[in-house]
Design a protein around this ligand. Structure first.
Ligand code: FAD
Ligand code: MLT
Ligand code: ZN
Length: 478
């Protein structure tokens, strides 16, 4: 396991599950939705990376908001700790128990409740899988404002709880802008509205966006979706140095601004990894270069949008910013380009142990940390940089044969100090989870963290909601 997670001790104030608890849960949920089966628990106790592992003896599957609030009330009265779980694709160990916390998964709550074709507002239950929502919207001529590689398993409730960024943020903004309302803990905090504008006091939904299950369980979500536009184009380009990547970003914002819908990058180490570990993938450009960029445009004028992207590519080639580039000829080719970028996470997983860092940094600094770390680690590990360059979000990943203390000691706190020194964030989009709960001070002031702790205390006085995650353990010693 990871070094910081293994230093945590179980809080003695939390009760241990007994047979009376199990019977009570069965009364509320019915036998079938109280899971004690070892195999299913093994899966639910283990995170996507197989890096974090809990030892929960129970998973609860509520079917509606009322059941969620009943089981939470019960857990609160007994001081039983819980971990809310969605699709379990989180990358910071937030979605699995640290010890024996009861797992609450809202996966059975997967209904679309309403869709308004005029406003584009979708109201659904938190357990809807992102890709299923996208498929539903497609039939209506709309798209979700977010898209990410984990779409086939992640839940919208998990997306909201982590404030997931992903591939479209550059165009549609973060979930703080597109999520219009959430309902948390069933009837306790019913804020579910569908208004685009509502300035009546503090907007409490924002507390739930990105709070990683530490303040409540999200049960319903209302979200602003976007019309599906007729012309989507994708370019895959290669360039020789990071300075060119930066210049291409500036040029793309200037020249493709109103149609730009994604600007992603990967370095050649990431490309190599994908080519070596995923089947049926090939480099779309003929030359091997140090960097690759994906530029997607989305607009409504097929001829014009395509010409615009072609002209942009040509101009960038002439200026020497780009050494090679192709524009996808059809949807299959576009998917094969996306497969390279979206497949990095899976390829890293197959390659061995992976140390993941998800940093916000000034764009001009982004690749300096990759180079610094490469020098620092030498032959010990393979350092990769990729991510959402258009948003200033680097995914710094270190791939090695195993998780070991020597390597961790060389990486941490070095990476966090580096990020803090450059006024970046140690979590751009994945959250803090258990991995970075104790590192929050690298990105937030003590005063800010103290207010966060007061809010936590107010909404979860007994501290049963996703303990050991998000906030430093030292703040909650009792
Ligand atoms: P889980 O992993 O189950 O949970 C994540 C956190 O949210 C946990 O703290 C959990 O307690 C809490 N939680 C889950 N559901 C609820 C709920 N209903 N109420 C309250 N709390 C809840 N992330 C990005 O931001 N951008 C990306 O581009 C991206 N790409 C990814 C690609 C891959 C291949 C993988 C494996 C992951 C990726 N992620 C990305 C990380 C992850 O998918 C997202 O953070 C996602 O939003 C998590 O959703 P989930 O349903 O799987 O949540
Ligand atoms: C991505 O952008 O690919 C995701 O955030 C997952 C990852 O960081 O590996
Ligand atoms: Zn990402």
């Amino acid at each position: 396991g990871s070094s910081s997670a293994s230093q945590i001790e179980r809080k003695p104030l939390f009760s241990s599950l007994d047979s009376k608890d199990v019977s009570s849960f069965k009364e509320i949920l019915g036998d079938k939705n109280v899971v004690e089966d070892e195999e299913r628990l093994e899966t639910a106790n283990t995170d996507w990376m197989k890096k974090y592992k809990g030892s929960s003896k129970l998973m609860l599957l509520p079917k509606n908001t009322e059941e969620v609030s009943q089981i939470l009330q019960y857990c609160d009265s007994r001081r039983l700790a819980v971990v809310p779980q969605g699709g379990n694709t989180g990358l910071v160990g937030g979605s699995v128990p640290v010890f024996d916390e009861v797992i609450i998964n809202v996966g059975l709550m997967n209904k679309v409740l309403a869709f308004d074709e005029v406003s584009g507002v979708l109201v659904c239950e938190a357990g809807c899988i992102l890709e299923n929502l996208a498929t539903f919207l497609d039939t209506k001529g709309f798209i979700m404002p977010l898209d990410l590689g984990a779409k086939g398993s992640c839940h919208i409730g998990g997306n909201v709880s982590t404030n997931a960024g992903g591939l479209r943020l550059i165009r549609y903004g973060s979930l703080h802008g597109t999520v219009l309302a959430v309902t948390a803990n069933g009837n306790v905090l019913d804020m579910l509205g569908t208004l685009r504008k509502d300035n009546t006091g503090y907007d409490l939904k924002h507390l739930f966006i990105g709070s990683e299950g530490s303040l409540g369980i999200v049960t319903k979500v209302s979200i602003l979706t976007q019309p599906k536009l007729s012309s989507v184009n994708l370019a895959f380009i290669a360039c020789k140095d990071y300075l060119s990547c930066q210049k291409i970003l500036v040029e793309a914002k200037k020249n493709l601004g109103e149609i730009l819908s994604a600007f992603e990058f990967l370095d050649n180490n990431s490309m190599d990894l994908v080519l070596n570990h995923l089947d049926g993938v090939r480099n779309p450009v003929s030359s091997t270069e140090n960097f690759y960029i994906l530029i997607e445009t989305t607009g409504s004028d097929e001829t014009n949008d395509r010409e615009k992207l072609e002209a942009f590519l040509l101009k960038s080639l002439e200026k020497g910013l780009v050494s090679d580039g192709v524009i996808a000829q059809d949807i299959n080719q576009a998917s094969s380009f996306w497969r390279i970028r979206e497949g990095i996470t899976e390829a890293l997983q197959k390659a061995g142990a992976v140390y993941k860092y998800d940093l916000s940094l000034p764009v001009e600094e982004i690749y300096n940390i990759v180079n610094d770390l490469r020098r620092r680690l030498g032959e010990l590990a393979n350092v990769m940089g990729y991510g959402h360059l258009g948003d200033g979000n680097l995914h710094l990943n270190i791939s090695a044969a195993d998780y070991n203390d020597k390597l961790i000691g060389l990486i941490e706190p070095y990476v966090y100090e580096w990020t803090s020194k450059h006024r970046g964030s140690i979590s751009a989009e994945h959250g803090l989870g258990v991995m970075k709960a104790n590192e929050i001070f690298y990105s937030k002031s003590p005063e800010t963290v103290a207010i966060m702790a007061s809010i936590k205390k107010l909404l979860d006085p007994k501290g049963i909601l996703n303990p050991y995650k998000v906030l430093p353990h030292s703040l909650f010693s009792h």
